[in-house]
Write a protein that binds this ligand. Structure first.
Ligand code: AP5
Length: 221
């Protein structure tokens, strides 16, 4: 089962990818998380990625494609995976298609989580994160103890690229560069649009229904 999650910054890709990974027992691959880990570890990749991420711009395709190619070649990806935040350009989509073809596979479904720009700005301005990957929101998902992760007890922080001016740049990049991918996957016949505005649990329910209609059953079924 190979699932692609599309959607604007803050549409809920990370939240729903974590749900899909847990429900169906497949790895969650987030290019944003890979970049942030490299930034934190001070690697060359992290240094390069930071130049773009801090400005709200996409990291160049030649950098991003290489890390995804390495990651999906991993043994744990043999039975499938969920991609969160990749592909984001037509070149990335073409690259993914040819990488999968080489191993006789193809993406099963591209789920577009649809949320308006105003909602995105509200969500990102209230988001906090933990280094373990858990995400919180000041209105929609509060931690039990303020500033502390429910899952691992880590200290919560605000992402540098969630500053209002950077969010506006990220949205512009999304509409210009990622927008055309929606059409690409529609033409490929694997696009499913989901309303991303209800509460996270409702959005999860819609996604599980769509995946069920494609023949994918949850671990317990
Ligand atoms: P990345 O980390 O992928 O950021 P993004 O796409 O901008 O998405 P976000 O992580 O901000 O949001 P999300 O859609 O995952 O939403 P979330 O679930 O967290 O990428 C960061 C940067 O890395 C990019 O800007 C780019 O520079 C670079 N990059 C990454 N991939 C790249 C690629 N392929 N090519 C080139 N560059 C790349 O939810 C957001 C908030 O809303 C949370 O607080 C959450 O709790 C809340 N929330 C979630 N769902 C709901 C809901 N249904 N209702 C209310 N609140 C909700």
């Amino acid at each position: 089962m190979i699932v692609i999650l599309l959607g604007a910054p803050g549409s809920g890709k990370g939240t729903q990818a974590a749900m899909i990974a847990e429900t169906y027992g497949i790895p969650h691959i987030s290019t944003g998380d890979i970049f942030r880990k490299n930034i934190k570890d001070g690697t060359e990749l992290g240094r390069k990625a930071r130049e773009y991420i801090d400005k709200g711009l996409l990291v160049p395709d030649e950098v991003t494609n290489g890390i995804v190619a390495d990651r999906i070649a991993g043994k744990d990806c043999a039975e499938g995976f969920v991609l969160d935040g990749y592909p984001r350009t037509i070149d990335q989509a073409l690259m993914l298609g040819s990488l999968l073809e080489k191993t006789g596979r193809r993406a099963d479904i591209a789920i577009d989580i649809i949320v308006g720009d105003d909602d995105v700005i509200h969500r990102l301005s209230g988001r906090s994160m933990c280094k373990c990957g858990e995400t919180y929101h000041v209105d929609y998902k509060k931690p039990r103890v303020e500033g502390i992760c429910d899952k691992c007890g880590g200290e919560l922080y605000v992402r540098d690229d969630d500053k209002p001016e950077t969010v506006v740049r990220r949205l512009r990049e999304y509409h210009e560069k990622t927008g055309p991918i929606i059409e690409y996957y529609r033409k490929s016949g694997i696009l499913a649009g989901i309303d991303g505005t209800p509460r996270p649990a409702e959005v999860s329910k819609s996604i599980v229904e769509v995946l069920g209609a494609h023949g994918f059953v949850t671990g317990g079924e």
